[in-house]
Every structure is written in C-alpha cells, then in structure tokens.
Design a protein around this ligand. Structure first.
Ligand code: A2P
Length: 257
C-alpha cells in the first residue's frame, strides 16, 4: 500500500502574493483528530515531494483544506502554489501532532496563539465542538505582519458564529483577536508582548493568565515558540502530551526553508 492517498484539488484561494489555501477530496480511510498535521505534496519526476501541513479542516469535514506560504525557490511550495482544480495532490496516510485539546487539563480560558500559517491547526480546532467543551472561553489570537495575511478572518468573524451546528457554542465561547505588527489596524502588537504584559487578557476583559486555570496552545515561528518556551519554563507550566495532560501544548508552523 502506498504511503499516501492521491486526492483531487477542488478549489484554490490566493490570499496574498505569499499565502494561499486549497481544498481537495478526502479518502474516507483518512481519519485524523482536529489540530493534527500530515505530510502532503506532489509527484515530482516520479517521486513524492512531501512537507508537513496542518489540516485546516476539522476531523468531521468531508473535504480537506490546507494553508500554505509560497516560497519562490521552495522545492514544494514553488510548485504547489500553481495547482488548479483537477490536479492531483498527495496526502500522507499518517496524521500526527501535539495540538490536541485532549492533552490539556480542562480549565477556564483556552488561548490558541498563532502567527502566520500557524493559524491552520486552530482553524481545524475552532470547527470542532470538543475544543469548546472543557473551557469557559476559547481565545484565538492570530498575529501577522499585514492585514491581508489575516487568512479566514471573514469566516471566523462572520460565518462561523452563524454555523448551523457550531454557531451557538462559537457565539458563547469564541473570542477572535487578529493582531498586526507592520501596518495600521484596530489591534496591533506581537503576541508575546500582548500576553507577557497581560495587556491582551485585560483588553478582552478576562482575568490575568494563570497556569492553574488557563491553558495555551501555540503554533508559529520558531522565535515565537522559543520566547514562550522560556515563559512557560519560568512560570513552571506543565507541557501536555497524550500520556500526561498539561497546561500547554506547542507545535511549530511548518514553514519551508
Ligand atoms: P514582527 O512584524 O514584529 O516581526 P513572520 O511573517 O516573520 O513569520 O511573522 C509573523 C508575525 O509574527 C509578525 O507579526 C511578526 O512580528 C511576529 N513575530 C515574529 N517573531 C516573533 C516573536 N519572537 N514573538 C512574537 N511574535 C513574533
């Protein structure tokens, strides 16, 4: 059996010159948990060229969706950015990943913190009712350089709260806080500064972050993860895993070098 499924591209959306997303068919045998990633890619000269990508889709969705940067000389994304409906993409059969709400001790507020394409696994998670149940509030913070990079902002703000099955829970629990660092916008600043200073919980009328009550999921650039790793260590936060529930989980955004 091949290590991947062959799936058909259904739609492609170009958010900016450097950011796009696409949907493709999903083999019924491909099962995953919301928040996980798998290897995806293209056949190149008879060989698979694959990179890790988080699913934007929730586990229950019929189709698969992925969010990607475009790297001009990136081995995969320089090609993947040109896919069109009807093309074939490879989807690895083995989803994995640490961004699982089941690895967290239930708590008060769950912070989902993402920069850039690190948003992808949280798109999956905010469409999954199980992400909301253990928490009073879910706060999704997406940090980007520019407003145009705030992918899915319209969906999160306008469509998800009206979703037939998820809408009630989303309206009751989800707080979406997009923030931009390099141009004017209603919310400005780096996620690290906003969280470490306590400015963000305060602005959202939430209690100061507290490891005994609050949980954090993190996906973004290595620099962001490094800063938070130091913060968690200093505050003695416990990292969660499938065998030991904890107070935070981390995954790097899979940016192609
Ligand atoms: P900044 O514009 O101040 O560098 P990138 O496109 O480089 O991946 O960055 C995405 C977002 O993440 C940008 O808003 C960027 O802010 C921010 N960022 C980069 N490094 C860090 C870090 N160490 N901590 C918090 N935010 C960061």
């Amino acid at each position: 059996m091949s290590a991947h499924f062959n799936e058909l591209v259904l739609s492609v959306h170009h958010w900016t010159d450097t950011l796009f997303s696409f949907t493709c068919t999903r083999d019924p045998a491909f099962r995953f948990k919301s928040g996980q990633f798998t290897m995806i890619g293209l056949m190149l000269e008879g060989r698979p060229l694959l990179r890790a990508y988080s699913m934007v889709s929730a586990h229950w969705e019929e189709h698969l969706e992925f969010l990607s940067i475009k790297v001009p000389d990136g081995p995969l994304t320089s090609r993947l950015q040109h896919i069109t409906p009807g093309d074939t993409v490879l989807i690895g059969r083995k989803p994995v990943g640490t961004l699982l709400t089941e690895s967290l001790i239930p708590g008060r507020n769950l912070y989902m913190l993402a920069t850039g394409t690190g948003l992808a696994p949280f798109m999956s998670l905010i469409k999954d009712p199980e992400s909301y149940e253990p928490f009073e509030r879910v706060i999704l913070v997406h940090g980007c350089r520019n407003v145009a990079e705030l992918a899915y902002d319209h969906f999160i703000q306008d469509e998800l709260p009206r979703h037939e099955l998820l809408g009630d829970m989303v309206r009751e629990k989800l707080i979406y806080h997009p923030t931009v660092t390099r141009e004017p916008f209603r919310n400005r600043g780096r996620i690290t500064d906003l969280m470490f200073s306590g400015a963000l919980p305060k602005q959202l009328d939430l209690a100061p972050i507290d490891r005994m009550r609050d949980r954090v999921m993190l996906c973004g650039s290595p620099a962001l993860l490094g800063d938070f790793a130091a913060y968690f260590k200093a505050g003695q936060w416990a990292e969660g895993s499938s065998s030991n529930l904890g107070q935070y989980v981390i995954e790097k955004a899979f940016v192609e070098k």
